[in-house]
Design a protein around this ligand. Structure first.
Ligand code: ADE
Length: 229
């Protein structure tokens, strides 16, 4: 999978993709994340990427021209499944959307900044708008990092067996059960007996019941319309 992220603040995205699982995905040749500085696609001496909003009002707006030049340059190299715009008015991101995006081959993600981007970009170039929640960030970069991380870790081969995404919270619509590691007892705090029993089927059953209990307690909304009997 190729993910091309377009931003006016590339520095904000350098850290998240050079570590751990995402770096491994890149090393294994399973995913490639490229950061593109919108300013490189601006014309003129000033390399201007934003301008005042027509009609007045506070805040600058990303201009259509550099965005179009950048997206067209990328589209000349490969065919994209989606051109995504990160915005608080997009569809709210969840595990289901992550699963479905992970089936794509090539994605462009445009990060908004300032007051957003010229509406004509959204109308004519963007195929999907995503929000990571009902709050406003100072730009789309951190949101793009969240979406890219959640999607790339689902690509087959990126995670090994121990970190398999199949046992994640939300993957079966339930929160994950509690986990423990050695020592089995620490200052009187004990690991549940069942986990030390070596009885695979009973452990599976315990984990499922704990998942349900935790979900009922913390996120009862996830259980609506679900038959767990
Ligand atoms: N840009 C600013 N706030 C955002 C949010 N909540 N989700 C996605 N992009 C954003």
């Amino acid at each position: 999978m190729h993910v091309d992220i377009i931003t006016v603040v590339p520095g904000l995205l350098e850290g998240p993709f050079s570590h751990s699982i995402l770096q491994r995905a890149e090393d294994k040749g399973l995913a490639k994340v490229r950061i593109h500085n919108l300013r490189d696609y601006a014309t003129g001496k000033q390399k201007q990427v934003d301008d005042y909003a027509f009609g007045g009002g506070a805040g600058m707006v990303l201009m259509i021209e550099p965005v179009l030049r950048c997206i067209n340059a990328l589209k000349a190299q490969r065919t994209y499944d989606e051109v995504i715009y990160m915005s608080p008015d997009g569809e709210v991101f969840d595990q289901k959307m992550a699963n479905s995006l992970s089936l794509n081959e090539n994605l462009i993600i445009l990060c908004g900044h300032y007051k957003g981007v010229d509406e004509r970009v959204r109308q004519h170039l963007i195929t999907k708008e995503i929000s990571i929640g009902d709050y406003v960030l100072s730009g789309g970069e951190l949101a793009a990092a969240v979406v890219t991380d959640a999607v790339i870790r689902l690509i087959p081969g990126v995670l090994n067996d121990e970190t398999s995404a199949l046992t994640d919270s939300f993957q079966d619509g339930l929160l994950a059960p509690p986990v423990y590691t050695r020592p089995a007892e620490y200052e009187g705090m004990k690991v549940p007996e069942i986990l030390l029993s070596g009885h695979g089927a009973k452990i599976e059953n315990w984990r499922f019941e704990e998942s349900v209990r935790r979900t009922k307690e913390r996120r009862p909304d996830l259980l609506e319309g679900k038959n767990l009997e």
